[in-house]
Design a protein around this ligand. Sequence first.
Ligand SMILES: NC(=O)C1=CN([C@@H]2O[C@H](COP(=O)(O)OP(=O)(O)OC[C@H]3O[C@@H](n4cnc5c(N)ncnc54)[C@H](OP(=O)(O)O)[C@@H]3O)[C@@H](O)[C@H]2O)C=CC1
Ligand SMILES: O=C(O)C1=N[C@H](C(=O)O)C[C@H](O)C1
Length: 267
Amino acid sequence: MIKAIVGGAGGRMGGRIIHMLAGAEGIVLAAAFEKPGHPAVGQTVGEAVGLPDNKLKIAGSLAEVLPEGEVIIDFTHPEVSLKHLRQAAPAGKAMVIGTTGFSAAQLEEIRNLSKSARVVLAPNMSVGVNLMFKVAADIAQVLSSGYDVEIVEAHHRLKKDAPSGTAMKLAQVIAAALERDLDKVGVYERKGMIGQRTDAEIGIQTVRAGDIVGEHTVIFGGIGERLEIIHRAHNRDNFARGAVRAAQWIVGQPFGFYDMQDVLGLK
Ligand SMILES: NC(=O)C1=CN([C@@H]2O[C@H](COP(=O)(O)OP(=O)(O)OC[C@H]3O[C@@H](n4cnc5c(N)ncnc54)[C@H](OP(=O)(O)O)[C@@H]3O)[C@@H](O)[C@H]2O)C=CC1
Ligand SMILES: O=C(O)C1=N[C@H](C(=O)O)C[C@H](O)C1
């Protein structure tokens, strides 16, 4: 039985991951933790996430529970996930990181740490979005000229990072398929007398409103037609199920840096 530790247990994703673990086979919730001082610390998992039979107490840090599991599932904040990986890697623990909004320097440190650790890092753990990454790249290769690429993402008002990690990954895979440098062609907002759109640019636009779970649209806009691919998350359970699947998968892998396409066998 794989023993999992869930970070950010009082958060939107942490709670759903704990629910998905409760229904999963071959993996069990061994410990859960939150930020020191968070109201969920000291509560039972049952009280915090609505699983009345679970009497496990939520700890106030990863350090307190690190020996109790072999894989940590972490959906928190970029600097927090990185701090946790710095603790997990030397202790020989695997990590599944769903957090988004990492800087380039933070990503480089994660890649370096995964030379001696097992890490899955993915901005979106749903099956649909990971298939969308693949399809978007394929479409871009076919519609490589005469079609303008725009990505629109919409999320709930509480989301802290923008554009979403998923929108950034869509932009990266499309830019790679088109052999364009995203740092040069990415356009993240438009206002004023901006002039005509360039052929090469890839627009990435952000909507924040109410309780939208997560929507991603890629538009390939041509003259006289446009092709759109859309993913809509109806709730957070697909992400949480993906995180549990990644945790089951990663413990048997060699040290390395993996994404959800590795987990799903989509490469
Ligand atoms: N990969 C994927 O499929 C998905 C990724 N995400 C990403 O996951 C991340 C979390 O999203 P979401 O659950 O909505 O956010 P929440 O803010 O609801 O949850 C994050 C939780 O982590 C807690 N936290 C902060 N610091 C620590 C710490 N040191 N130790 C333990 N816990 C800590 C937060 O506490 P506090 O609120 O007090 O700071 C909060 O409870 C985001 O980056 C989001 O973009 C979201 C959905 C799917
Ligand atoms: O913060 C969220 O909620 C989500 N974040 C992820 C992202 O930034 O891509 C994935 C999902 O769309 C929900």
